[in-house]
Design a protein around this ligand. Sequence first.
Ligand code: ZN
Ligand code: ZN
Length: 227
Amino acid sequence: MKQINEDAWLLSPGNANAVLLAKGNELTLVDAGFAGKERVVLDAIAALGRRPSNLKHLVFTHSHPDHIGSSAAIVEAAGARTYMHALDAPFAETGGRFRPMTAAPGLLHGIMYRLVWHPNVRMRPFRIDQHVADGETLPLAGGLRAVHVPGHAAGQLAYLWRGDRLLIGGDVFMNIFGLADPVGFEDEAQARRSQRKLAALQFDKAVFGHGGAILSGASDKVRRKVH
Ligand SMILES: [Zn+2]
Ligand SMILES: [Zn+2]
């Protein structure tokens, strides 16, 4: 668990990121990592001196196996309310199959794509309590503004937390060997528009679905990557 802000922590439930946000005793988790990694989340809650029942909200960037994997177990342990874009919710509620993607351009992306992307994998299904739409601000954790960024997944949302403090960007980019494309796209042209959409926003820090957090000047780094 790595603290990224006074009320925000980066967790790694498997080789994917999740962000735990606090407002007083109430906790919100954005994304839920790979399957079987619920312990990472529950241990982080305990390390903050909270109980599983303090986790009130489980918010998703998109419904891929590496972002929803431990959700059913976390919801069982905590009873959290769940939030996702309507276009991705059916995959959480059925547990797959997932929509097809193609590898992003480049040799490294081709290799990573074959390593990580298994569309036939099935997840434990769980219910989505609330659909989230583009531009909506969820009154959670001090405010999470949803920005629809399709292309990697049709129902992908990025979230701006507390104004411009932190972008939780899902798989619009990854940040493993520097800022780069995600492993694959459902629709590359749409994904490029979503990258430009994020580049037009202002935010101090950023966390994408994979790799390290960007702890300062994050929107400038995204702009430099896109232009
Ligand atoms: Zn993804
Ligand atoms: Zn991912």
